[in-house]
Design a protein around this ligand. Structure first.
Ligand SMILES: NC(=O)c1ccc[n+]([C@@H]2O[C@H](COP(=O)([O-])OP(=O)(O)OC[C@H]3O[C@@H](n4cnc5c(N)ncnc54)[C@H](O)[C@@H]3O)[C@@H](O)[C@H]2O)c1
Length: 276
């Protein structure tokens, strides 16, 4: 059966759990072969654990069950050489690279007024969420420009569109990612390499996806884990949280040829949050 990504190779960063896992399995169901990237080790200054190696393996298993060929890479998007290796390995194994989903991200250290954020805390946030996406884009872009084809999907956030109190580093990193999306879209447009961003609102962590971000955002501003979903729902005009599947659906459309004339776009999947 032919799928929307049949014959395509996609790299998904932060694929160990959460939105990355949802994107990977959605792409696998539509025929893509996959390179699944995750640090799968904890980061300094980040007050909650990253995905584990077995979570990354679990994502790979789910994708293989859909018929995808899968390569996994334990790589840190803070490491330029590792990013280049991931892209080289993808091209080596699958012959081309068609899609990059820059999804790896951290939500903390956060939860403090801006002048209380330390130099190290600020640096790790920008290094993962903005510089990490730039490093992967830089590595993949060279290969895509040479092929005159490709789609890069940056998973930003409503924090890339509006401010949030006590989240200055996260907000700055995601605004930067939206800016990078637009600038890279213009650079790559002549080469038919497209760059778009998805801005999710509060995403339910979800049992199947094992996401960790929403509960940790809540914790950093003093919301008990048991209450965090109910608390975040009150802020959503549609009175619902976003599901990781919803974000994956938008990423899938941007990855596929259905969006062939869309570049530099910023798509919200936020149940109306940023429309206010
Ligand atoms: N969950 C939300 O409410 C929400 C809302 C808006 C945007 N987002 C964005 O969606 C993306 C995914 O979030 P999630 O909710 O799945 O979070 P998550 O914490 O569950 O998953 C993030 C993944 O990224 C990996 N990762 C972290 N640092 C990395 C690094 N340096 N190198 C490689 N991998 C790394 C983690 O190990 C983890 O598997 C993030 O970019 C996040 O900012 C999430």
């Amino acid at each position: 059966m032919s799928g929307r990504l049949t014959g395509r190779t996609a790299i998904v960063t932060g694929a160990g759990r959460g939105v990355g896992r949802a994107c990977a399995t959605a792409f696998a169901a539509q025929g893509a072969d996959l390179v699944l990237v995750d640090i799968a080790a904890d980061l300094p200054h980040v007050p909650y654990p990253a995905a584990t190696p077995s979570q990354l393996d679990h994502t790979a298993r789910l994708c293989r069950e859909q018929g995808a060929a899968v390569l996994t890479a334990r790589a840190d998007v803070r490491d330029a050489a590792a990013c280049e290796r991931v892209v080289a390995d993808a091209v080596d194994r699958f012959g081309s690279l068609d899609v990059l989903v820059n999804n790896a991200g951290i939500a903390g250290p956060s939860g403090r007024i801006v002048h209380e954020v330390t130099e190290d805390e600020w640096a790790v946030m920008i290094d993962v969420n903005l510089n990490g996406a730039w490093r992967m884009l830089k590595a993949a872009g060279a290969s895509m420009v040479a092929a005159r084809s490709g789609s890069i999907v940056n998973i930003a956030s409503t924090a890339g569109l509006v401010g949030y109190r006590n989240f200055a580093g996260y907000v700055a990193s995601k605004h930067g990612l939206v800016g990078l999306t637009k600038a890279a879209a213009l650079d790559y447009a002549p080469y038919r390499v497209r760059v778009n961003a998805v801005c999710p609102g509060s995403v339910r962590d979800g049992e199947a996806w094992e996401g960790r971000m929403l509960v940790e955002i809540g914790r950093s501003i003093g919301i008990e884990p048991a209450d965090h979903e109910a608390e975040f729902i009150t802020q959503m005009p549609m009175n619902t949280l976003v599901e990781a599947d919803d974000v994956a659906g938008a990423a899938l459309w941007l990855a596929s040829e259905e969006s062939r004339h869309s570049t530099g776009g910023v798509i919200t999947v936020d149940a109306g949050y940023s429309a206010r």
